[in-house]
Design a protein around this ligand. Structure first.
Ligand SMILES: [Fe+2]
Length: 144
């Protein structure tokens, strides 16, 4: 019989695995943008935004955040910091999309910028995993 925390941790684990697959794909599309053109990358960034908005909403509304706050009030500030990072990650994604939008073709910096942004997402997700692990005393898997 699983406790509610284990179920939440499992749901987060699954959601993170899906997001990290998406990040891997995005990074690859970014690396190929100089040969394949920017259209695929633009579409991929758009799809990533949709996925990310849905992912963050899940975490904020039905995911770990409320459960961690209730169970471990000492982690309130860490939760607030992670929620703030959700806004920053979406803002930096939009900045990247805005930068790429008018480009006629990819330059070398494009792949590096996509990778740098993906890295920020991975680090954020890893911090979330650690927080959930700390709050629930559980080990969860997916890290970038
Ligand atoms: Fe997450």
């Amino acid at each position: 019989m699983e406790n509610p925390e284990a179920l939440i941790a499992e749901a987060i684990d699954r959601a993170h695995a899906a997001l990290l697959r998406d990040m891997k794909e995005l990074e690859m599309v970014g690396r190929r943008a100089s040969s394949n053109g920017l259209e695929t990358l633009r579409a991929r960034l758009e799809a990533t935004r949709v996925h990310l908005v849905e992912h963050f909403r899940f975490e904020e509304e039905s995911g770990y955040m409320e459960a961690v706050r209730k169970l471990e009030p000492r982690l309130e500030r860490a939760v607030a910091q992670l929620a703030e990072e959700h806004i920053q990650l979406l803002n930096s994604l939009d900045a990247l999309r805005g930068e790429i939008a008018p480009m006629p073709r990819a330059n070398e910096a494009v792949a590096a910028k996509v990778t740098a942004w993906v890295q920020k997402v991975r680090q954020h997700e890893a911090r979330e995993n650690h927080l959930v692990q700390d709050a629930f005393g559980l080990d969860i898997g997916a890290e970038g």
